[in-house]
Ligand binder design. Structure first.
Ligand SMILES: Nc1nc2c(ncn2[C@@H]2O[C@H](COP(=O)(O)OP(=O)(O)OP(=O)(O)O)[C@@H](O)[C@H]2O)c(=O)[nH]1
Ligand SMILES: [Mg+2]
Length: 686
């Protein structure tokens, strides 16, 4: 049987499918670990595994040694003579790419959380566990880099065992904390049943308690092998593939099991409806089983053009058939269907629910689109994927030659689709093109990628200041030019799962301005009474008030504007509506004690203890604060905060002051009020 026939067969047997992702803090060893899975599927030679980091396809990823994009691959693995299909996604750990992790989790059912035994639980470890639970994805644990406990920290066997216990208790505590108000099953990993394993992805050995019992190998022996430098013996005695595959097959759910509880997490439609039942039961057979395909990523393929990657939640996906796009409300035709085998891809004519595949021929679509049978046009689309990130840095980009401008715009559109954390704004008046993202590295890599396609130049990174309110304004009214408006502004809480907007009623108009996390609500009484044109003018007025705030002309962020009443004199042409609305929104913002604020990063730095003084001084010089220092033998982990505006080029200082021995990660923490003098200082600098 050919490989593709084997895959096709397994695809129809959902109990034999595992859709999984590798998630972790940066550098904890996801890509290195995925090498071992590639070996067990026979697509990578054992001799180069661990060092190859084969799923870091991009030259830029290999050069920097970090993963920047999610990579997916379908693997056939064997467990005791039975074959299984593992659809694997390796995700990036750098926080600047966290939107891609959120997207990847939408289409998998289980995740291996990799934790470095030396660094233990870090900021991004917490984030990925929270993201898993939010998507209904079951997390299990691989404790990696145990060799470092032996070689670098020189821990004796009993302390290694203690360390492992601490890590897995912390892991379980986080899973429990994040699942508290969630409908997911009560997940708990345990060393005893093999749902926690530990080892070294680099040296390709791993052990679980069941395997330790079976083989009677102890930590004393492992330490001993290291002291004698007999790593190969260790690899033979404890091959990493065995516990890894056992853990995936035994402890991560197949799509039928997972969709039973996952669908309610990601879809708010009626679960008792025909399509609701089809998805909950991952159904494929039968005439009335509609196709539902959740897309998650758009990628450019040299041969096939734009490919849409996603997961079939119900029904059967067939090539050369029509599908309906629920968000764009259009019918499009599927050209071909592919499954990824690493950099290679193979064509399939049809694929049933529970599988991850890529589709060609759909043209440009949003990565979060839901594709359905043309009979399901009324279906509710999937929930939007929640990103836990704010764009805080911006740069301007322009083509070297003006004639390349249209080409640059086309390229940017593609990047906009591919990268959920990237925002692109073209200034109407100046024509300036601004890229906004999560950090310097994020934008630097985007600019690099763009330059490969269109020769372009970019400015230095600038911080994005915003205006934010301190309290709700309460209802205000304004009477001008014969029209009258009543409105209020309040904070738009970012986490809608905690406080759903209670001000919204059925029939109200609602617009979400996601760029700066603003929202507009217009009461239905107004919508019913006025023409489309009048409502459009109301919206233009509000939007213009928000794009440039009343204090410092910075964009307003994190507010909800609610228009409760509007009156106009008879025969009014609404030409005064725009300034009236802008002025009144500004009034309300002022009453809400609006201030100019700057974004603050949290920063976590791991470094050998001897550099504590130097690192502290780098942070202090840049107006940062150290909040916590945790030490672990010779290694320290420093946590602190740092204004984004002071963070640029910090990599150069940290690298040179620690001779390249420090590792760090910065991510958005909060906004803080900034004084006018400081704001002026920044303006001067720029
Ligand atoms: N000592 C030791 N080093 C390891 C181990 N696993 C991975 N590494 C090293 O850790 C570094 C990061 O490994 P990656 O596999 O790229 O880590 P990652 O989690 O994929 O990183 P990102 O995708 O960028 O978040 C590399 O230098 C690896 O060689 C291990 O078990 N022991
Ligand atoms: Mg990686």
């Amino acid at each position: 049987m050919s490989l593709i026939e084997k895959i096709s067969n397994l695809m129809t047997n959902q109990k034999k499918i595992r859709n999984i992702a590798l998630v972790a803090h940066i550098d904890h060893g996801k890509t290195t670990l995925s090498d071992s899975l590639l070996v067990s599927a026979g697509v990578l030679a054992p001799s180069i595994a661990g060092e190859a980091r084969a799923l870091d396809f991009l030259p830029e990823e290999q050069r920097r040694g970090i993963t920047m994009k999610t990579a997916n691959i379908s693997l056939i693995v064997k467990k005791e003579d039975k074959e299984f299909l593992v659809n694997l996604i390796d995700s990036p750990g750098h926080v600047d790419f966290s939107g891609k992790v959120a997207r990847a989790l939408r289409i998998v059912d289980g995740a291996i959380v990799v934790i470095d035994a030396v660094e233990q639980v870090m900021a991004q470890t917490e984030t990925v566990i929270r993201q898993c639970v939010a998507e209904g994805v079951k997390p299990i644990l691989f404790i990696n880099k145990v060799d470092r406990l032996i070689n670098e920290l020189k821990l004796p066997p009993n302390q290694i065992a203690e360390r492992i216990e601490i890590i897995y208790n912390n892991f379980n505590a986080l899973v429990k904390k994040f699942s508290k108000n969630s409908s997911v099953p009560k997940w708990r990993s345990s060393t005893r049943d093999g749902s926690v394993i530990f080892g070294s992805a680099l040296h390709r050995w791993a052990i679980s308690i069941p395997i330790a019992k079976e083989t009677e190998i102890t930590f004393d022996q492992i330490v001993d092998y290291y002291s004698k430098n007999e790593i190969e013996t260790l690899q033979q005695l404890l091959p990493i593939e065995k516990p890894l595959i056992d853990m995936i097959i035994n402890h991560l759910p197949d799509p039928i099991t997972a969709q039973k509880y996952r669908i309610q997490n990601i879809w708010k439609g009626d679960l008792t409806s025909n399509v609701g039942k089809a998805m909950t039961n991952c159904q494929t057979e039968g005439e009335n089983i509609p196709l539902v395909f959740g897309s998650t990523k758009i990628l450019m393929d040299k041969h096939a053009g734009l490919l849409v990657l996603g997961r079939i939640f119900s029904g059967v996906l067939k090539e050369k058939t029509n599908v309906f796009l629920l968000n764009t409300k259009e019918t499009r035709k599927i050209q071909s269907i592919f499954v990824f085998m690493g950099e290679d891809k193979k064509r399939l004519t049809q694929v049933p629910a529970g599988n991850i595949v890529a589709i060609s021929g759909l043209g440009e679509i949003n990565p979060g689109e839901t594709l359905v049978s043309t009979t399901q046009k009324e279906m509710l689309p999937f929930e939007e994927i929640k990103y836990l990130a704010n764009p805080v840095v911006t740069i301007a980009i322009e083509p070297e030659m003006l004639r390349d401008l249209p080409q640059l715009k086309r390229v940017l559109e593609q990047f906009d689709m591919e990268d959920p954390n990237l925002l692109i704004r073209i200034d109407d008046q100046s024509g300036e093109i601004l890229l906004m993202g999560l950090g310097e590295l994020h934008l630097e890599t985007v600019v690099n990628d763009i330059s490969l396609l269109v020769k372009s130049t970019s400015s230095s990174p600038l911080v994005i200041f915003v205006e934010r309110i301190g309290k709700p304004s309460g209802e205000i009214s304004r009477d001008e030019f014969g029209s009258k408006v009543k409105l209020l502004v309040e904070s738009n809480t970012e986490d809608k799962t905690i406080t759903p907007s209670e001000d919204k009623e059925i029939g109200d108009f609602n617009e979400v301005l996601s760029q700066y996390k603003n929202e507009i609500i217009i009461k239905k009484s107004i919508i019913n009474k006025f023409s489309k044109e009048a409502i459009e003018n109301i919206l233009v007025g509000i939007r213009s008030a928000l794009i440039s705030g009343p204090i410092s002309s910075k964009p307003v962020s994190g507010v909800r504007v609610i228009i409760t009443d509007f009156e106009a004199t008879e025969g009014e042409k609404f030409e005064h509506t725009v300034p009236l609305l802008r002025n009144s929104v500004w009034d309300a913002l002022r009453k809400g004690e609006i201030t100019t604020q700057e974004p603050i990063y949290k920063i976590q730095i791991t470094t050998p203890a001897m550099y504590l003084g130097k690192v502290t001084s780098v942070i202090n010089k840049r107006r940062g604060d150290i909040i916590d220092v945790r030490s672990d033998q010779d290694l320290i982990i420093i946590s602190g905060v740092l204004p984004v505006a002071e963070s640029f080029k910090i990599d150069q200082d940290l690298r040179s002051d620690t001779e390249g021995r420090a590792f760090w990660q910065m991510s958005f923490e909060r906004y803080e009020i900034i004084s006018e003098t400081r704001l002026d200082e920044y303006k001067q600098k720029q």
